[in-house]
Ligand binder design. Sequence first.
Ligand code: NAY
Length: 292
Amino acid sequence: SALPGGIIPALLTPVDSRGDILRDHLVSLLEYTLDCGVSGFYVGGSTGECFLMSVSQRKEVLSIASETVSGRVPLIAHIGAQNVDDSFYLAEEAHALGYSAISAVTPYYYGFSFQEVFSYYQELCQISQLPMVMYFIPALTGRTFTSQEIARLAAIPGLEGIKFTDGDLFKLERLRGQLPDFVIYSGYDELLLPSLSLGVNGAIGSTYNVTAPLVIALWESFREGDLARAGHLQRELNTIIEMLVGNNLYPTLKDLLARRGLGGGLCRRPFLPLTASQKEESARIDTHITRV
Ligand code: NAY
């Protein structure tokens, strides 16, 4: 498959207080994480706040990322939207901008039938020349699928991978066993090491925007068979993730970027800026990351 493996940040989208994209801050984040050695970027996903943005803003983010990265690593464009015409439009844009793959969240909110979800992916895969990564995040979509249903979706020509953001590692193992050529990305950063042991091809995560060197070290330790070191790094990362998730995740990740001189910006409403005490906690998280 042409899909990238390895550690792939789910790219944050820095915006100003009006919600407009801060191009320079986005470029700084891309350059910083590239220097850390990431294997690709997942652009415009949940972490990118896609569901809070207009289609033209989403296109702007896709375009800034592709211009900046300029072929140094593969890019995956998240193009999922409530309005299928928006998905089709963004899929075409992603292709025109040189993306390696597209990804779409499973249709949500209306409780669609399996057949409706199947048709959605089938149509998207038919119109797009790029491989599709289905984005499975049942905790946020409210819609889960069995491993048998996912296997039926995986048989759609062009649907080559899944971003598996679920804690059900039994399901992950069953999928891996059934579909040896299917590309599986770990989607919960806190479960990276157990997911690696079950044979995922890569990992896409929000916290990798600020912990790339540590998570790449975890990945390499696992590859070298140094499970003691990999386990140590996962525990250190999970302490950081626990603090991040307890402090309003995305605004805190951006605050951490600001502390490193990378800008970072704010999140779009209804996300609120960090309070004074959340900023203090963010400073503690920053110190913690530096000490690992
Ligand atoms: C996305 O599209 O940006 C992702 O889903 C990346 C996966 C993240 N999920 C969410 C909802 O943010 O990295 C995870 C997650 O933030 C992390 O594991 C902390 O729980």
